[in-house]
Write a protein that binds this ligand. Structure first.
Ligand SMILES: [Zn+2]
Ligand SMILES: [Zn+2]
Ligand SMILES: [Zn+2]
Length: 148
């Protein structure tokens, strides 16, 4: 995913390419692994352009979601987070969510192909996609726990 792709998609769908949209898009790419909430995203982009308000961030994320540029993620921690959709990512990767520090770690391997195959056979159900989240303690929090 790059700026060229953003411009192409915006124009193709009848939207204007604006500086603010570009800044928000670039910031999402720069923080690819952070899974930012709109508020966190706003904090970063407002340092680059103080005219970008939180409402603009919300509107832009909604637009990006519509254009399938971002995924909206819900880790049950009372806020949505967003991440950029990677080119050629056949299916959305999985996440490990630390319940202590709220850190989100990405699992790059799928590991579910066999389970899908099994389910398709057993239930005669054609699977398009799946979503999977693991909750627990990250390695830092495990260490901290031990030393307490
Ligand atoms: Zn943690
Ligand atoms: Zn992710
Ligand atoms: Zn998977």
């Amino acid at each position: 995913m790059d700026l060229g792709k953003l411009k192409e998609l915006l124009i193709k769908n009848g939207y204007k390419v604006t500086k603010q949209r570009e800044i928000i898009f670039n910031t999402l790419i720069e923080n690819e692994e952070s899974h930012l909430s709109p508020e966190e995203l706003h904090e970063i982009v407002s340092k680059k352009d103080k005219d970008i308000g939180i409402a603009t961030v919300y509107r832009t994320l909604l637009l990006f979601e519509e254009l399938r540029l971002v995924y909206k993620l819900d880790f049950d921690d009372n806020r949505y987070r967003y991440e950029i959709v990677n080119d050629g990512e056949k299916h959305h990767h999985h996440h490990l969510v630390c319940t202590s520090c709220n850190k989100v770690i990405e699992v790059k391997d799928d590991l579910l192909e066999n389970i899908e195959e099994n389910i398709e056979k057993t239930y005669d159900f054609k699977i398009d996609d799946h979503e999977l989240k693991f909750y627990g303690l990250c390695s830092d929090c495990q260490k901290n726990n031990r030393s307490v």
